[in-house]
Design a protein around this ligand. Structure first.
Ligand SMILES: Nc1ncnc2c1ncn2[C@@H]1O[C@H](COP(=O)(O)OP(=O)(O)O)[C@@H](O)[C@H]1O
Ligand SMILES: C[C@@](O)(CCOP(=O)(O)O)CC(=O)O
Ligand SMILES: [Mg+2]
Length: 388
């Protein structure tokens, strides 16, 4: 049996970091995906008696004998029958970390260990210690602010839950082999994926796994999700500064700043909340044609600029991000970091009336700094599955 699941990455238009502290944020799915293909041996064929994961983008594969997993994680594997999402306890996480340490991960790729821990937790919690192989491949840059960790957790959870027979397709994406889940099944995938995100991020808000699961453009506040009817989606240029960073460390850094300066940071988070609320109402107004496109774009640009200033206050900008801001400002274009910052990706709003020539000039200038630019479609489908 083979099950494939693909889950999109995301951009955050406003509200990253502040969303972890209860502010609203606005995010949208993008057309770059992480795909997980799960192969389970048929009854009677036990395969190699191992759980294997092939991380094709990093060129590394890992496997654990099922007997070893059962010995280390007996409780987790037994609880798999319940298939109700639950957090990973510190004892389980320590046992999983020991299983990951059985493999020598090259120092340059040590950041993969968080993803491997999330994999082992999701696999054994949902399928128990059954043999199987998962091949993961992604079109998303990893650790760059486009939500690769959430897309990884969502695609894995989707494939595993379908294999366990807990979720099933309810519709199809027209003209493709991909199938969709109903709302309740998506909720279940999302709750499991959040457990994976917790292992990778420490303290995620849940916005990344929500937008990766449900797709579209959403407003997210304190775990509550509102779908935004966006009409004409905004056009964004993404610049990957190629400066590596780690969401977990950046989120922890903002929390530390908030505990050093609680009142000042509460004001910053409140300001971000009002920016996200205003941005989401402009997006929805534009869908009803009650606001002209140019006026919408001017307002969005100003709100993005203000949000970027507040992200600097939180201490998550970076000299590479500032270089992108300065370069795009020369062409009167507004940019802000997206995701956790500290490097990673920057969004630049592309106004409808911007000439191709100007866009080419900006892109050339950004690429001359060693950055990578690309355009994405915003607000598409969330999790999609295929059973072969
Ligand atoms: N395809 C993948 N294979 C293995 N691990 C992955 C994959 N995608 C994401 N991860 C895990 O997620 C981490 C990146 O997550 P994070 O720091 O939150 O950045 P982002 O979510 O913005 O890409 C990686 O270090 C890795 O542990
Ligand atoms: C910084 C944050 O708001 C978004 C992190 O996104 P990413 O992992 O950098 O793609 C954290 C969160 O909301 O969980
Ligand atoms: Mg992430």
């Amino acid at each position: 049996m083979e099950i494939r699941a693909r889950a999109p990455g995301k951009i955050i238009l406003a509200g990253e970091h502040a969303v972890v502290h209860g502010s609203a944020a606005v995010a949208a799915a993008i057309d770059l995906y992480t795909q997980s293909s799960l192969h389970l041996p048929l009854p009677g064929e036990d395969g190699a008696g191992e759980v294997e994961v092939d991380l094709t983008d990093s060129g590394l594969a890992f496997s654990w004998p099922c007997s070893r997993l059962l010995e280390a994680l007996g409780e987790t594997c037994r609880k798999a029958e319940l298939q109700a999402p639950r957090p990973c306890s510190p004892e389980e996480l320590a046992a999983i970390a020991r299983l990951v340490e059985l493999h020598e991960i090259p120092e340059a790729k040590i950041w993969l260990s968080a993803g491997l821990s999330a994999f082992l937790y999701l696999y054994t919690s949902i399928l128990g210690c059954r043999p199987g192989k998962v091949v993961v491949s992604s079109g998303l840059p990893m650790g760059a602010g486009l939500g690769s960790s959430a897309a990884f957790s969502v695609s894995l959870s989707g494939a595993l839950l379908m294999a366990a027979g807990v979720v099933c397709a309810e519709g199809a994406v027209a003209g493709t082999e991909w199938q969709l889940l109903g709302k309740d099944h998506l909720e279940l995938v999302n709750t499991w994926a959040f457990q994976g995100e917790k292992i990778i991020h420490g303290k995620p808000s849940g916005i990344d796994n929500a937008v990766s699961t449900f797709g579209s453009m959403i407003k997210f506040k304190k775990g509550e999700l509102t779908n935004l009817k966006s009409g004409n989606p905004v056009k964004m240029l993404i610049t990957d500064t190629r400066v590596g960073r780690n969401t977990k460390a950046l989120v922890a850094g903002v929390s530390e700043r908030a505990s050093r300066h609680p009142d000042a940071m509460a004001s910053v988070f409140h300001a971000v909340d009002t920016i996200s609320e205003e941005l989401s109402s402009i997006v929805e107004l534009a869908a009803t044609d009650e606001i002209a496109m140019t006026s919408k774009e001017e307002k969005l640009a100003e709100l993005m600029e203000m949000n970027q200033g507040l992200l600097q206050c939180m201490g998550v900008s970076h000299s590479s991000i500032e270089t992108v801001l300065r370069s795009t400002l020369k062409y009167n274009l507004v940019s802000k970091l997206t995701g956790a910052g500290g490097g990673g990706c920057v969004l630049t709003l592309i106004p409808t009336l911007l000439s191709k020539l100007v866009l080419e000039k900006v892109t050339t200038e950004l690429e001359s700094h060693g950055f990578r630019c690309f355009k994405v479609e915003v607000g598409g489908q969330g999790l999609q599955l295929h059973q072969g």
